[in-house]
Design a protein around this ligand. Structure first.
Ligand code: CP
Ligand code: NVA
Length: 303
């Protein structure tokens, strides 16, 4: 077991200062890349990408990101690896980390990434679990900073399921000192222990209109996450009053932004008008996955 390796399993693995620096560097890396600068500090380094769930943005951004930094990505799906046939995580972790420089994992249980990290000799990145999606928050924070300068003191409203994205927004609120209003239907609240840990930084306000008033940013996500497909119909009923549409955006501040990690279901959690509207920064947010994760990989490797 290697204790000194830096991992990124939740946002709380970073201090506020490290998070701010990571985002600043992501903005610099973005500017340099757009100017055509070649910067290859990860030459000949490898990133193992373990995906137990589907992905478009995460796969493309990590794969393109490590390539831009001079390295190479190895895509591993359970259909092709021994992990998919039941090889124990501690065994796979020791082997994969002995041959690569960083490991990125998208899976179901948070304990799986924790166990992998415990046995890994190289940094492990949580690329989404049932409980957290910290990489998405790096891009979301970066996008807000690009648009508005700083998250500190802002009011953010989460609309919808108390899911992995909501949990990561809760961590962001306490790290960066902003207020998160959580508008979710009864029975779909976030983890109560995490809510308690957030103190005054996060509050459940189930009246979605009330929760949106005075907000600088409205964020939502799908009603049924990966692994919850069978609950889709039930959730459509439970979340029917929790759509982010033009009427709801009017409750927020005039210059409020709209974010969604994507993929989006138009007509469910968000209307087409909002997703494609002036206040939406979803395409910038998606692109920033690339720049934010390049910065993350360099941070974890102390480069
Ligand atoms: N937002 C996000 O993680 O997208 P993918 O599922 O496409 O990776
Ligand atoms: N909450 C969603 C996020 C997808 C990026 C899910 O877990 O499926």
């Amino acid at each position: 077991m290697t204790k000194s390796v830096k991992h990124f399993l939740t946002l709380m693995d970073l201090t506020p200062n490290q998070l701010n620096k990571l985002v600043e560097r992501a903005i610099e890396l973005k500017a340099a890349w757009k100017k055509g600068a070649i910067y290859t500090p990860l030459l000949h380094r490898s990133l193992a990408m373990i995906f137990d769930k589907s992905s478009t943005r995460t796969r493309v951004s990590f794969e393109a990101g490590i390539t831009q930094l001079g390295g190479h990505a190895i895509f591993l799906s359970p259909n092709d690896t021994q992990l998919g046939r039941g090889e124990p995580i501690p065994d796979a972790a020791r082997v994969i980390s002995s041959m690569t420089d960083i490991v990125m994992i998208r899976t179901f249980e948070q304990t799986a990434v924790e166990t992998f990290a415990q046995y890994s000799s190289v940094p492990v990145i949580n690329a989404l679990t049932d409980d957290y999606h910290p990489c998405q928050l790096l891009a979301d924070i970066m996008t807000f900073v690009e648009q508005r300068g700083s998250m500190t003191g802002a009011t953010v409203t989460w609309v919808g399921d108390g899911n992995n994205m909501c949990h990561s927004w809760m961590n962001a609120a306490r790290l960066l000192n902003f207020k998160l209003n959580i508008a979710c239907p009864e029975g779909y609240e976030p983890n109560p222990q995490l809510l308690a840990d957030c103190g005054t930084h996060a509050e459940i306000i189930s009246d979605v209109k009330l929760a949106s008033q005075g907000s600088d940013l409205i964020v939502t996500d799908v009603w049924a996450s990966m692994g919850q497909e069978e609950e889709q119909k039930l959730r459509e009923l439970a979340f029917a009053d929790y759509q982010v549409n033009s009427a709801l955006m009017k409750e927020a501040n005039n210059d409020a932004l709209f974010m969604h990690c994507l993929p989006a279901h138009r007509g469910e959690e968000v209307s087409t008008a909002v997703l494609e509207g002036q206040q939406s920064v979803v395409w910038q947010e998606a692109e920033n996955r690339l720049h934010a994760q390049k910065s993350l990989m360099l941070t974890l490797l102390d480069l």
